[in-house]
Design a protein around this ligand. Sequence first.
Ligand SMILES: *Cc1c(COP(=O)(O)O)cnc(C)c1O
Length: 472
Amino acid sequence: MRFDQARWTDDSDEKYEPLLSEKGNRELDVDSELPDDLTRDTLELPEVTEPELARHYTRLSEMNYGVESGPFPLGSCTMKYNPKFTEDLAAHPKAAVHPDRLESTAQGSLELMYELQDYLGRIGGMDAVTLQPPAGAAGEFTGILVAKAYHESHGDDRSEIVIPDSAHGTNFATAALAGYDVVSLPSNEDGRVDLEALEAALSEETAALMLTNPNTLGLFERDIVEIAELVHDVGGLLYYDGANLNALLGRARPGDMGFDIMHYNVHKTFATPHGGGGPGAGPVGVVEELAEFLPDPHVRASDGGYEFYTPEQSVGKVHGYYGNWSVLVKAHAYIARLGDAGLADASAKAVLNANYLASQVDYEIPFGPFHHEFVASAGEQDAADVAKRMLDYGVHPPTTKWPEIVSEALMTEPTEIESKRTLDQLAAAFNAARADDDATLEAAPERTAAGRIDQASAARNPRLSWHALDDE
Ligand SMILES: *Cc1c(COP(=O)(O)O)cnc(C)c1O
């Protein structure tokens, strides 16, 4: 398939679609009774007609790529289509509750939170769930704070967190931020946790092992029961990174595998739009013994209604108020609509889709059998070049160069949403890039609105307005 992304430029052809304020500005004279030092004389506001406004945003969307433009198989990120009914519910006037409202007048909202705590608890096999953390990474941090508070409540001052080398960078950051030393665990030749290496890494200093299951290669940690025993034998806790829950949804539960704490990436597994930094939600589930350490406040049932309360030894607040409310409304709606059978069906299709796509891709896939995602190797090619080239073929590329166990990794997760037709289109894009020569790959992308950008600078030194460029 050939793809040409729109490139809207202004007349000078130097800049892309101008800012609204650059299209037309009106200086407003502001007449106010406020004291002079609190007011401005003029207010720069863009002045455009409604059609100009509609066209502006449509053009911007045509210069972008999203999960509604085409497949988005960004491994580990679980980029699902986000059904519109969840957006409608989150935007419903009754969902717009001021966070300071009295509990007694916001019982419907508390009920929704209570139910979502319950749904997530049942899905993960956890006894109590907090909805407060606003992202997976924030969930990890909260979960590890809970682990720390638990150990300290026993006068147990542990110093280490063990993390497999295939783990997401946020696991290492979380452990460090919570004040722990990180013990990195090498994978075995199958790409899984090496039990001998694990035994050697564990000690009385181990506060927790953080594990993703299936791991970032899409492989199920078959020895999970033994792993849990080893960790618990030294008095450590087992933490589940829930980013890959889409592989197990409705079929297997971290709690039943021996995990004590987990986070849910609501914006991955439960279909909330994400990317570009949010917004998301990273609720944390824990086993009974840890419930009293959860953040404040928590929702519980009382006298035929619902109330907030502060868990006895709470680690405190990890976010303003109750978390990212609208994201939680969407998760609730999504889970309620799918039900048990729908959730189990989603994970089955996610695994089937990954395996079908893998069977059609010419790149080598060193590790398996995998579940909801696979990591192909670009081999002699540079994975980043392959990714850029795939944009020219009209698909979003996979995650690249991670996990590092696979050289030139193309970490691919199609999710359950794609049809066979779309998976074939994706495979064709992979295989076309496989056949391209180095010069073509290095010149890619050619057909997108923006060519190769300096990604490192864009991330480290973001300039979020055209004005910032003008000022240079
Ligand atoms: C996405 C992800 C995280 C972090 O989640 P955020 O919601 O992006 O903060 C952690 N671990 C894994 C394996 C992930 O894929």
